[in-house]
Design a protein around this ligand. Structure first.
Ligand code: NAP
Length: 347
């Protein structure tokens, strides 16, 4: 008998019934049954979303065992890795174990893939967490996951370590959307510029702003300053706490001699940075919120509160060809690739 599920995965929603899997509280993660339009994946590694991993570390401390327990607990409760505080997930890599007969996909059983849909909507049956990598938001696991008919995925590239590819693909939406937003001669501010999406966005912003444009990086640590200086594609870098809106705004104005940004890219992993982004943008400028810790309410009411007319854009995790674009920019810049290898490569 043919058993076809809903293409968006609503057949796996346990609570509340009828919702789509992302906003749902709980999913059916029974991987012993596979619908004809689903793919079964043997999961190897999870890249926990940076805002989620930071929140978990803040909640339980820097103890690998406690972090593993918290992740297991979320998955037990929800059937998916959907952090109830940040609302975000992450992504996974694994091996295709079974393909439903109604699924027309360009992979075969045994292929290694990365899913490009959030873990916050992916049914996950976690058996064990084998290792937690505190410094790169990744965990090695044993378990299985389900990909729905509309779920996007990419075959893992063979020219780089899988942990590096995973780190790049996790944030693939940000660089391609930065390319869409930045025009020649723009002044661009990247907030949280030292992180993985931050360095990718800085590179793309400089490429698209061109020699007459300017890219300024706001970072949180001296380590990020020296890494960005070594990369060599930002015009200025300064240390500031983006949660301190007025202080950060004043530092930015000092660097730009009073000019406000045409485009602000927010890629931090902590909450309460909306107002720094809005203050630093010019009237009718663009503010791109890729951060999962962004509050719609704080951004909308905060901008209104200071009478600032800016276009605010929600960072869609998906954009057409985003995976290819993100991998391509890392391949084309050896320094960028070295940085990813150094930070996210298996030691
Ligand atoms: P990441 O590598 O952890 O980088 C985040 C950066 O934020 C770090 O460099 C960190 O600097 C900086 N930061 C932290 N606190 C700060 C503060 N108070 N002021 C200024 N900078 C601060 O994160 P990522 O993986 O690139 O992800 C960036 C954001 O995108 C996260 O919020 C993540 O959840 C989100 N995300 C969104 C999507 C989507 O679909 N929209 C997809 C994936 C990820 P230090 O390391 O020096 O502290």
């Amino acid at each position: 008998m043919s058993v076809r599920g809903d293409p968006f995965g609503r057949h796996r929603v346990v609570e509340p019934k009828g919702k789509l899997p992302q906003p749902a509280w709980k999913l059916d993660n029974d991987t012993t049954k596979l619908y004809d339009n689903e793919m079964l994946i043997e999961v190897i590694k999870l890249n926990v979303d940076a805002a989620s991993f930071t929140q978990i570390k803040n909640e339980v401390g820097l103890d690998e065992k406690k972090i593993a327990e918290r992740i297991m607990q979320i998955v037990r409760e929800r059937g998916k890795l959907h952090n109830p505080v940040t609302g975000s997930g992450g992504m996974l890599i694994g091996i295709v174990k079974m393909i439903g007969k109604d699924l027309n996909v360009d992979v075969k059983v045994g292929d290694k893939i990365a899913t490009l849909v959030s873990l916050s909507l992916t049914p996950l049956n976690l058996k064990k967490i084998k290792k937690v990598y505190l410094d790169r938001d990744q965990v090695d696991v044993e378990g299985e996951a389900i990909l729905f008919e509309t779920g996007v995925f990419a075959r893992l590239p063979e020219d780089m370590p899988e942990s590096v590819a995973l780190a790049i693909l996790d944030v693939a939406g940000a660089p391609i959307q930065t390319a869409r937003l930045v025009s020649p001669s723009d002044l661009v501010l990247v907030i949280g510029a030292g992180g993985k999406s931050g360095v990718l966005c800085c590179y793309v912003a400089k490429k698209y702003a061109g020699p007459t444009g300017k890219v300024v990086a706001l970072v949180h640590s001296e380590r990020s300053v020296s890494e960005l200086e070594k990369l060599g594609f930002v015009d200025d870098v300064f240390v500031s706490d983006a949660q301190e809106a007025v202080g950060s705004y004043e530092k930015f104005l000092q660097i730009t001699r009073g000019r406000l940004a045409d485009v602000v890219i927010n890629v931090v992993n902590v909450p309460d940075t909306e107002m720094t982004s809005i203050l630093c943008a010019r009237e009718r400028g663009k503010v791109y919120f890729f951060s999962m810790a962004t509050s719609f309410t704080k951004a909308a009411l905060g901008a209104e509160g200071i009478g600032k007319d800016v276009d605010m854009i929600i960072g869609n995790g998906y954009a057409k060809n985003h995976a290819e674009f993100a991998l391509k920019i890392v391949r084309e810049n050896p320094k960028l690739y070295e940085l990813f290898l150094e930070r996210y490569g298996e030691k």
